[in-house]
Write a protein that binds this ligand. Structure first.
Ligand code: MEV
Length: 448
């Protein structure tokens, strides 16, 4: 049985590798060499990656692809995407090309406010607490002046602080809810630092106040944390064209395509099972750019899924209208991100991604990412409502299967040519591979 290890994080990187290899490999030497083969040759760059997280032992490669021809608000972008799923970049590029000839994407930021809470317990009269919080609100601003100075100089800072009575949902539960403008930074550290100071101010001001009884003074801070649900930090992107220009080039008329497409979006608006997959496809496009630009994709996804349920049912984040011969397709999605701070100036590939996009500010990046999500959803729905998803998906996956089979360059070229006009399935690829290599097709093992 494997034994737990104490003090692992204190070991040197070499000792960590040795322990890992000795514990999880039959050939420790080869395993260490394998892990080290993913180290960057420039020790300085490797050190940078080592320091991003604790216990780094090596690097984990992910493809960094680009989707060109995205016209967004009249400007042409090549969008960086870091993702492992074969068909995502191809789909984005295809949708970008389609809309390039039809006016491109129009995107705008609806709002950029972030939100955070001091969650606390108070056993006493609500009116007293309300009066007290109103009275000490200037003190919250005063006590955080040092923390907010830089942000205020950039045009941001704390916007407002409000008391929220949550006792209907949980006995004695209150919040200090604060809104923030964090300009071009995601602002998580800034917000959390402000919230922690609010909690200190609240606790000390309560002690000084003669408004409360001794029991009421026993305010208990539960936690201070930003909320990743950002319904007031939202971006909208849209594409539109006359229905007659919707040449679906898949053997159906533009009118039939528009009708089928709109129906597919409607299903995702009313049916949570479909909405989940539909929105997952949107996040294929969003996450890939969020990761490439060094932002927190978990935060952005979490916000999106809550936003998709804002009326009590989980629904599509995109919408479609076909009216008076015009096709309109749009997305409205929360997008709390940054173009300064975090990894943005640290990770060499992230730096390059920002450079490719022309070093956008946060609002411009929000527009680019929303357009990428919309493009991805357009490509998926276009395939789903015409040829089906597998044709394009498996075509892109073909290389993965061939690489798994360790096919040579010549074999890959021959097999790719063979599947040019055929639907790709895993078993057909294996069969063709065996034929090209002149070996017997393996019989699938049946589980006993
Ligand atoms: C696959 O990663 C994403 C799709 O399933 C999205 C969708 O169904 O809309 C193709």
């Amino acid at each position: 049985m494997k034994q737990p290890i104490k003090g692992f994080s204190k070991l040197t990187k070499e000792a960590k590798l040795e322990w890992l290899a000795a514990t999880y490999s039959k050939n420790p030497e080869a395993t260490i060499a394998f892990l080290q083969s993913y180290w960057h040759e420039d020790a300085k760059v490797q050190k940078l990656h080592d320091d991003f997280i604790e216990n780094t032992v090596t690097n984990y490669y992910m493809p960094f692809g680009v989707a060109p021809n995205f016209k967004i608000n009249g400007k042409l972008y090549t969008i960086p995407m870091a993702i492992e799923e074969s068909s995502v970049v191809a789909a984005a590029a295809k949708a970008a090309g389609f809309w390039l000839e039809r006016g491109g994407f129009k995107a705008s930021v609806i709002a950029t406010k972030k939100i955070g809470h001091v969650h606390f317990m108070y056993e006493g009269a609500v009116e007293k607490l309300t009066t007290f919080i109103e009275a000490i609100t200037p003190k919250f601003f005063e006590d955080t002046e040092g923390l907010t100075a830089n942000m205020r100089a950039r045009g941001g800072g704390i916007l407002n602080i409000e008391l929220k009575d949550k006792t209907a949902a949980m006995d004695n539960y209150f919040q200090l809810e604060a809104h923030f403008e964090t300009c071009d930074s995601m602002g998580a550290n800034f917000i959390n630092s402000c919230l922690e100071q609010f909690a200190k101010t609240l606790t000390s001001e309560v002690q000084k106040s003669d408004l409360f009884t001794a029991a009421e003074k026993d305010i208990q801070i539960v936690m201070c944390i930003l909320s990743n649900y950002t319904p007031d930090c939202v971006v909208r992107a849209e594409v539109s064209c006359p229905v007659s220009q919707l040449n679906a080039d898949e053997g159906i008329s533009p009118e039939t395509f528009a009708m089928k497409f709109q129906r597919a979006v409607r299903i995702a608006e009313i049916e949570p099972y479909r909405a989940t997959t539909h929105n997952k496809g949107i996040y294929n496009g969003i996450d890939a750019v969020v990761i490439a630009t060094g932002n927190d994709f978990r935060a952005i996804e979490a916000a999106g899924h809550t936003y998709a349920s804002k009326d009590g049912q989980y629904r599509s984040l995109t919408h479609c209208e076909v009216k008076d011969g015009q096709f309109r397709f749009w997305i409205e999605v929360p997008m709390a991100l940054g173009t300064v701070g975090g990894l943005t100036k640290l990770h060499p590939m992230v730096k390059f991604a920002h450079q490719m996009l022309g070093n956008p500010n946060a609002e411009e990046l929000m527009c680019v990412i929303a357009a990428s999500g919309l493009a991805q959803n357009f490509a998926a729905l276009r395939a789903l409502t015409t040829t089906g998803i597998q044709k394009g998906h498996m075509k892109m996956h073909l290389l993965n299967i061939l690489n798994q089979l360790e096919a040579t360059e010549e074999e890959i070229a021959e097999i790719k040519a063979y599947f040019e006009d055929k639907v790709v399935t895993h078993s057909d690829v294996v069969k063709k591979f065996c034929e090209v290599r002149g070996i017997e097709v393996p019989t699938p093992k049946v589980k006993q």
